[in-house]
Design a protein around this ligand. Structure first.
Ligand SMILES: *[C@@H]1O[C@H](CO)[C@@H](O)[C@H](O)[C@H]1NC(C)=O
Ligand SMILES: *[C@@H]1O[C@H](CO)[C@@H](O)[C@H](O)[C@H]1NC(C)=O
Ligand SMILES: *[C@@H]1O[C@H](CO)[C@@H](O)[C@H](O)[C@H]1NC(C)=O
Ligand SMILES: *[C@@H]1O[C@H](CO)[C@@H](O)[C@H](O)[C@H]1NC(C)=O
Length: 510
């Protein structure tokens, strides 16, 4: 009798454990979109607080944005192509669209960094590149005023010459394309290749700062001209469109561009999420980026989870997930990276001044880190099956063969998971929840090629695993080189070490 009871209890105990543990399987044979990366902007001189900060605080802020060990490991920087008479490279009307323009030097503005965006962009662009950023994206909010129907770089107005908009001064489309090419060449002369260029920002809106109106058909009447000008200049910069204020408008713009036959001249479709967030993919053959979104209303916050408010970290992890999974985005960008303001429009804030400047990371920065540190450019999103209750799961395969699985547990209970198909040879996991102030190693069990782990309540857990299917890839031992500019050797570290960037030229298994 007592033996039977013991056996019965033993079985019940085991069943209980088994039922509570959910198996998640990654299926690398099912592939979705390629990931270009994650990023932010420092437009309108928002980043000048970092440029003017003491060296230690400057390093801290740059590390928060770009380091894969101390920060978010961002890989995309979005710059503004300035259009105001006081900060554009073409402040004066040359007289007509065909007259030779007089461009002012982009590099002459350094002393005016507080009010001039371009040198701040240069500061950020140079540091971003040095710290591993893959893509620099330049975006013109407007053409210079003399090229537009309203004669001003603000308050909307159209580019003279686009569909349905003519000006007595003539058709300025080629002149605007030439101007953007000049901007690209200025950056190139500073050693910075601009990977993508956009020529609109929220073209549904006329605002009191740089703005230019357009619909998709009108954009399509300029896109081939810009594309040809870039090609003729021997540059490889890709053209993007249209940075609409909301996803629904960008869905329409994209369809209009396709109908006009101009999709072939674009490299990326770009949209903001302010007036409408994406819920499903945009119908296009191009990679799609969410290029600007932020909490513009609330205070800067270091709260990971409290009530699910817009400025909390877990909220942003779920938004990034919605972009990557529901909308198949290739990139997700926040509005401002680091700034000297106490609102939630920036991921990092600088307070105080001089040597007492405090640099603080928001919980939203750490939400980005849970993706961007581990899912590196050119990774491919892959299939998964199974998910614990209240938990969202997405997986990505990096070019080095490592597999990144992100799990977001939005529930109040912890969740026990078994991850893998039995072929993991090494694994690490990191988590963010209310108990930690930055991504922290999570203790996991690796046994028989599968990982056992517990997802804390209201957490994001990111697993990085190497599998035996990567055999043929040599494994680098502790302290060995595993990356850096020009490195062609193995980038896979022997367990339990990970490849960490020491500088752009040297990464080491630590
Ligand atoms: C875009 O604007 C042009 C010029 O005003 C107009 O002819 C066209 O109908 C508009 N397209 C859409 C889809 O609204
Ligand atoms: C997109 O186009 C549809 C169909 O023309 C229209 O009903 C809708 O209002 C448009 N949405 C936006 C945000 O422009
Ligand atoms: C998606 O685009 C293709 C090609 O432009 C078109 O044939 C198809 O009807 C579109 N689908 C939807 C759902 O809009
Ligand atoms: C790891 O395995 C040990 C021994 O079976 C177990 O006590 C522990 O709960 C496991 N940890 C996780 C995170 O699954």
């Amino acid at each position: 009798m007592s033996i039977t009871l013991l056996l019965f209890l033993g079985v019940a105990f085991q069943l209980g454990r088994t039922a509570a543990q959910t198996t998640v399987t990654v299926n690398a044979a099912t592939t979705y979109q390629v990931i270009d990366g994650f990023g932010f902007s420092e437009a309108f001189g928002f980043g000048s607080g970092v440029e003017n900060a003491p060296a230690a605080q400057q390093t801290q802020a740059l590390n928060y944005m770009f380091s894969t060990t101390e920060g978010a490991g961002m890989t995309i920087l979005r710059n503004r192509v300035a259009a105001a008479p006081y900060d554009t490279i073409e402040p004066n009307n040359p007289g007509s669209p065909s007259a030779t323009p007089t461009y002012s030097s982009i590099g002459d503005d350094s002393s005016q960094v507080r009010i001039i965006a371009s040198p701040a962009a240069m500061f950020w662009s140079k540091n971003a590149r040095a710290m591993g950023v893959k893509y620099i994206y330049a975006d013109a909010w407007s053409a210079p005023g003399f090229m537009k129907t309203n004669g001003d770089y603000i308050n909307g107005g159209y580019l003279c010459g686009v569909t349905g908009e003519s000006c007595s001064s003539g058709d300025w489309r080629q002149a605007f394309a030439n101007y953007l090419v000049q901007y690209l060449q200025d950056y190139k002369s500073q050693g910075i290749n601009v990977d993508f260029i956009g020529f609109l920002n929220e073209p549904e809106l006329a605002t009191s700062y740089d703005s230019m109106l357009s619909n998709g058909t009108q954009a399509a009447s300029f896109i081939p001209i810009l594309h040809a000008a870039i090609q003729n200049a021997g540059l490889s910069t890709g053209v993007t469109c249209c940075d609409a204020e909301g996803w629904n408008a960008q869905v329409n713009f994209t369809q209009q561009i396709i109908s006009a036959g101009a999709e072939q001249y674009l490299s990326r479709i770009t949209s903001h999420w302010y007036t409408s967030r994406g819920k499903s993919p945009i119908n296009t053959s191009l990679r799609v980026w969410e290029t600007e979104y932020a909490d513009l209303d609330d205070a800067f916050s270091t709260t990971w989870y409290s009530s699910g408010a817009f400025n909390e970290g877990l909220t942003w992890a779920k938004l990034i997930y919605q972009g990557l999974v529901d909308c198949k985005l290739s990139a997700f960008l926040y509005w401002i990276g680091a700034q000297s303001d106490s609102n939630a429009a920036g991921l990092v804030t600088l307070t105080g001044s001089g040597s007492s400047t405090q640099v603080t990371a928001s919980a939203s920065l750490w939400a980005f880190a849970m993706f961007s540190r581990y899912i590196r450019p050119d990774a491919v999103r892959i299939g998964t099956s199974g998910s614990p209750s209240n938990t969202q799961v997405a997986a990505f395969k990096n070019t080095d063969g490592s597999i990144v699985t992100v799990m977001i547990n939005s529930g109040a209970s912890s969740q026990s998971v078994s991850l893998g198909s039995g072929s993991a040879t090494s694994a690490k996991a990191y988590y963010m929840d209310n108990s930690v102030s930055s991504p922290t190693g999570l203790s996991i069990n690796l046994s028989g090629g599968s990982i056992g782990a517990t997802l804390p309540p209201y957490s994001v857990v990111t697993f990085v695993t190497s599998t035996s299917s990567e055999t043929g890839t040599a494994v680098v031992q502790h302290w060995g080189q595993c990356g850096g500019q020009g490195w062609t050797g193995s980038t896979v570290c022997a367990s339990p070490y990970t490849c960490e960037v020491s500088n752009p030229y040297y990464s080491q298994c630590l």
